[in-house]
Design a protein around this ligand. Structure first.
Ligand code: FEO
Ligand code: CA
Ligand code: CA
Ligand code: CA
Length: 690
């Protein structure tokens, strides 16, 4: 624990998780201190799963399981845009191999630390110009107009879409804001001016920034020019979004300002995401609940639905409220009860078309979306894997109705507007008595088992009794409850490996597992008071991403390697790095798994780790970098040529008691903390990690 945090801790009134109290307030509206929104008693180890489920798929799956479109976490993009040029391209290369870098130790430094032989630089930070004409950043004199042209706050997802070997579009989410760390003289959210509230709204959303390679290195920097055709800010304040799919235009999505139910202003709490093979970015709207007040005054029939999404219906001002209703009345549900239904979607942004409204795809369901990552199945259908980041919530997949067409970008842009949505139900293969909550492996030597994808809706047909298709898509959590989906330990980023077709999901943690009346352990979530989280690996049966059944295992059960309750793929635990609270995952072209963390419960700063996930070194986790004090490591993104690793340093200095006047971190410029995107590269120009 950083010294400053230890000193400040007595001042805090919290907290249920491993995160600082300030993080809990601003990022998720103190979710840990609220009742678990999933109070259903649907089985958390699906007893209704078919016992005849086959394990053949485990062997059959693999590289043949999908059209492998690329050599890395950057899906290779061969499609030609229908209109815009230049086209997205794939970077040449893909030279990663075994992970030979020397792991860095856990630390509490107020710096970004990388291994020997590597360098790093800040690509862009909060307040830097994005849109041509953006004014110089001025702390204390921020305006919503200026912030709408500048890089937003708390960068999370990072996507890099090359347009040539040395130019790319950097697309970044801005999940939330830390007003204490943004406004000098801050006293309370209630004391903020309406203009300051609008600054915060403009600091949310996404940025699109054209970047260029520095020389022939792996370093990248923003293109400085007065003519930047792609640079764009998308905000919560005023960007217009188009709703697509079966729930668009239905009554629950209509408001006074949008009586037809097709146009939403803004996007909220955009967490992780993914890059599609056609060069767009998917972004998850996550903890949108904390932006709304007035839940106590909505029609009685709506209350259960709001509760299931974590919106209080007994108090006008649930804790964590951002006070945005003072700037825009729509955030008061007493006046506009449907406004909250217009958030919690997967957003698709086409960075090549800066004039196109971003879209919210109702066909992909509504929950606290962490993100979405797609793979093209053998059949050509596009399959998106998604997590609902809440304790005891669910894993989902979406299969497009249409098929990917390599040279038809206009067509591919429609693929996520219609399809079939499934929720996961999993079952362990070891006797329940052997899963005792301690993390001790069962006698078969693995936390593993089988699972099935339960169909919720296909096109406009509902498969959930008592709910229409539009209801299933708008209140997807309730649909998952009804069909007995498996309650997981906070499913965060879920991403298929383009190398093997296997899917990796980060279960961040769940300190409520097995506590009080909360659900107990199961083989997929095998530790009580799960402080450190685990990685969940899915292998679709027969390698078919459109299929209904899969096998699963836990390759990594995180924590202190010296502790008995951790597991590192069977690798020698004396030779691995401690890792806690996995959040985002990515792959290099060799298929190594890269994992970033959020809320390290072992006392070190958060970091980025890499591990082989196949072969004898499976589970040999090594720490690649750490972020400064109070920060979380987001992104990460490895470019298709394996020469650059991007990470987002989110909420540096987010330590309770800190302010912009009295910062707990001075990263990156030595004055006060600023979230920023960092690129790391090997000094000799070689592939990162190798
Ligand atoms: Fe925004 Fe699920 O972390
Ligand atoms: Ca087992
Ligand atoms: Ca996250
Ligand atoms: Ca990812």
């Amino acid at each position: 624990m950083p010294d400053i945090r230890r000193r400040l801790l007595p001042l805090l009134g919290h907290s249920g998780g491993s995160r600082d109290a300030m993080t809990c307030l601003y990022r998720c509206g103190n979710a840990c201190d609220h009742p678990v929104p999933n109070e259903t008693d649907n089985p958390y180890l699906g007893d209704v799963v078919s016992s005849a489920m086959s394990r053949r798929g485990l062997l059959a799956a693999g590289g043949a399981g999908a059209l492998v479109l690329g050599l890395s976490s950057t899906p290779a993009i061969a499609a030609t845009p229908a209109s815009a040029a230049p086209a997205p391209v794939a970077l040449k290369g893909g030279k990663a191999g075994p992970l030979t870098f020397k792991a860095i130790p856990p630390n509490q430094l107020d710096s970004l630390i990388v291994p020997n032989g590597y360098d790093s630089s800040v690509v862009i930070r909060w307040g830097d110009p994005v849109v041509p004409g953006a004014p110089e950043f001025s702390l204390g004199r921020q305006t919503a107009k200026a912030q709408s042209l500048q890089f937003g706050y708390n960068n999370d997802f990072v996507g890099v879409i090359p347009i040539s070997d040395d130019r790319a579009l950097l697309v970044v989410n801005h999940e939330y804001t830390n007003e204490e760390l943004m406004f000098p003289g801050f006293t309370s959210l209630d004391a903020l001016s309406v203009e300051q509230l609008k600054v915060a709204m403009a600091a949310h959303g996404l940025s699109v920034v054209e970047i260029e390679r520095v020389g022939r290195s792996g370093q990248w920097t923003p293109v400085r020019s007065k003519r930047l055709r792609y640079n764009r800010r998308i905000t919560a304040l005023e960007t217009r979004f188009r709703l697509t799919g079966p729930a668009a235009g239905t009554p629950a999505l209509r408001t006074a300002a949008d009586p037809k139910g097709y146009t939403v202003i803004g996007t909220l709490n955009n967490c992780a995401g993914g890059v599609t093979p056609w060069g767009t970015v998917l972004s998850g709207e996550e903890n949108f609940n904390q932006y709304f007040v007035g839940g106590d005054a909505v029609p009685e029939a709506d209350k259960a639905k709001l509760n299931r999404y974590g919106i209080s219906t007994t108090a006008r001002y649930p804790s964590g409220s951002r006070k945005w209703e003072r700037a825009q009345e729509r955030f008061d549900l007493a006046k506009h009860p449907n406004e909250a239904n217009r958030f919690g979607w997967i957003v698709e942004v086409d960075p090549f078309d800066p004039d196109a409204p971003p879209r919210k795809h109702t066909a992909m369901g509504r929950f606290k979306h962490e993100g979405a990552n797609v793979i093209v199945a053998r059949s050509g259908h596009v399959v998106a894997y998604m997590g609902d980041d809440e304790r005891f919530d669910y894993l989902y997949k979406f299969v497009s109705a249409g098929k990917y067409k390599k040279n038809d970008r206009r067509h591919n842009l429609t693929l996520l507007e219609s399809g079939t949505l499934y929720v996961a139900q999993v079952k362990g293969d070891s006797p329940a008595a052997e899963i005792d909550g301690s993390g001790k492996l069962p006698s078969d030597g693995a936390f593993d088992g089988t699972g099935k994808w339960i169909k919720l809706v296909s096109g406009t047909t509902s498969y959930v009794p008592g709910m229409t298709a539009a209801e299933v898509l708008t209140f997807t959590r309730l649909a998952g409850d009804k069909v007995g989906a498996t309650k997981m330990d906070r499913p965060e980023d879920v991403q298929p490996s383009l190398k093997t077709g296997k899917i990796y999901a980060a279960m961040t943690n769940n300190t409520n597992r097995g506590v009080g009346s909360n659900p107990g352990v199961d083989e997929a979530n095998p530790r009580n008071t799960n402080k450190h989280g685990h990685i969940f690996e899915i292998t679709e049966d027969n390698g078919d991403h459109t299929g209904l059944t899969f096998t699963w295992s836990l390759p990594i059960v995180c924590g202190d390697p010296a502790a008995a309750d951790t597991y590192f793929g069977g690798y020698d635990k004396t030779k691995v790095s401690p890792i806690s609270c996995p959040d985002n995952v990515a792959f290099d072209s060799a298929g190594n798994l890269w994992i970033s963390t959020d809320g390290n419960a072992l006392g070190s700063n958060d970091g980025l780790f890499a591990t082989p996930i196949e072969g004898p070194d499976r589970g040999r986790v090594k720490q690649f970098l750490t972020v400064p004090r109070g920060a979380e490591t987001c992104g990460p993104f490895i470019t298709g040529d394996d020469r650059s690793v991007f990470v987002a340093v989110q909420h540096p200095g987010e330590i309770s008691g800190a302010t912009v006047d009295k910062p707990a971190s001075t990263w990156p410029d030595g004055d006060y903390a600023k979230p920023g995107v960092v690129v790391t590269w090997r000094l000799d120009g070689g592939p990162v990690g190798s």
